[in-house]
Design a protein around this ligand. Sequence first.
Ligand SMILES: CC(=O)SCCNC(=O)CCNC(=O)[C@H](O)C(C)(C)COP(=O)(O)OP(=O)(O)OC[C@H]1O[C@@H](n2cnc3c(N)ncnc32)[C@H](O)[C@@H]1OP(=O)(O)O
Ligand SMILES: CC(C)C(=O)C(=O)O
Ligand SMILES: [Mg+2]
Length: 512
Amino acid sequence: MTAEPHIRIFDTTMRDGEQSPGASMTMREKLDLAELLCEMGVDVIEAGFPAASTGDFDCVRRIAEQTAKSDTIVCGLSRSTPQDIDRCGEAVRASGNPRIHTFIATSPIHMEQKLKMGENAVLEAIGRSVSQARNLVGDVEWSAEDATRSDFEFLCRAVDVAISAGARTINLPDTVGYAHPEEYGAMFRKIRETVPDADKVIWSAHCHNDLGLAVANSLAAVQNGAGQIECAINGLGERAGNAALEEIVMALRVRRDALKCETKIDTTKLARASKMVSQITGFPVQYNKAIVGKNAFAHESGIHQDGMLKNAQTYEIMNPEDVGVSKTSLVMGKHSGRHAFRDKLKALGYELQDEALNDAFKRFKDLADRKKHVFDDDIMALVDEQLSRGDERISFKRLRVVAGSEGPQTAEIDLEVDGETKWTTARGNGPVDAVFNAIREIVPHTAVLELYQVSAVTQGTDAQAEVSVRLAEDGIVSTGRSADPDTLVASAKAYLHALNKLEIRRQKRIAA
Ligand SMILES: CC(=O)SCCNC(=O)CCNC(=O)[C@H](O)C(C)(C)COP(=O)(O)OP(=O)(O)OC[C@H]1O[C@@H](n2cnc3c(N)ncnc32)[C@H](O)[C@@H]1OP(=O)(O)O
Ligand SMILES: CC(C)C(=O)C(=O)O
Ligand SMILES: [Mg+2]
């Protein structure tokens, strides 16, 4: 059975999506989202459940008004009761393309336990509700709630009644996310072969993600003749959510070769829509979420980064720009390699030659081992520090500090001075003072500490500390800087940096 070439995208973020506990949206938020969905080219916006509350009714009505001049269909959901349907008709009336979406459950458990209705009463309700809706609007969608757990013979009879009463779209929801793809696809194929006038309606899939199969099931329905998919941005929806709109749209686009159909969605707006829904609901998007997750176009491992730099198609099946993400990011971390590191340095404006590059790369790896996120600023601080160091007389080897409320604060330090390793220990009024006293013991000098300043290079408790030190001696002022995740190590190195520079300036003065 062939798929339809154009699959209609029915967005239910504001109806089923809003049914997620904690996902309620205000009128303003819904109007903004509706505007974006409209711009994006969504075919149907299910704007709410008008009978649920005055607020929901008003939202559906305002969205219908706001989008009246567009091609977008605006629909509301309603039970099969006359009051719900009237209310829904009133709410969508202002739309240029109003739709009433009415439903009733057809599975034995729902009919017996929830509705307390027999099969005949349900069939009667379907005929009556669809006819009533058709008297209000030309476009009526009917859904068989819990279709996938319904008796197939009865489901066919129910669908037949809905089509005869004037439904234009028949939706077969997997309400509880129970079906698997082959089963769900077969249901569409069989029902389309069985029900009279099956070719006169649009078949719709509405899948829930309780088993993580919502997108796969929706695609299986498409391959078996469904022409509409009901889905929600970020997969928002009851319990584990609905099929994610962005995943459906990109699967159809990227695998058009196999699935033979597409949507008319402007995919470059997907990332923006995802962000908007996440901000409105306060539900974060999981980092590894397909299409719109923070890591969907990010690569940290060296082998992948090297491949990406040579040809992006080695590790990406779609362009980030196509979904509205500005570019792929090569995230620098402990799994990164030299190719990506060199590329990052170049982007940051540094051209290091082989030895300097190797040295910087080694220091970067050491840092990445100690720090969860290595930001651009961290890398710049690391290279700046390296560049500002020439042939230094005194270099840092090792530091151990005893600090805390008990005291005495003590620093034990190893330095290399003129090629010879020297060790000492000293106390101080606090750990930083102890470190500087230890340095003074190994390298006696009369320079005065004029400034000592610490700032965090990036955020987080594991951020690198950047320390600046200013020393002054006989009119010579020298500043040193260093960055390290350990503030005391950064302090020692910054002090030594300033001291080395002071030494060079002293010698220059003597030579002059
Ligand atoms: C699978 C889905 O997503 S279905 C949509 C679910 N969405 C919502 O429920 C959100 C909006 N709902 C609401 O605001 C409220 O439930 C309302 C306004 C619709 C109804 O509220 P209440 O009248 O207080 O009823 P309540 O919600 O407690 O119970 C639902 C009633 O509707 C009946 N019902 C459920 N589905 C249908 C249906 N499709 N057609 C007719 N009646 C139905 C139930 O059997 C129950 O009837 P009872 O009161 O005779 O036992
Ligand atoms: C009411 C219908 C469309 C629904 O949301 C479901 O069955 O999951
Ligand atoms: Mg649903």
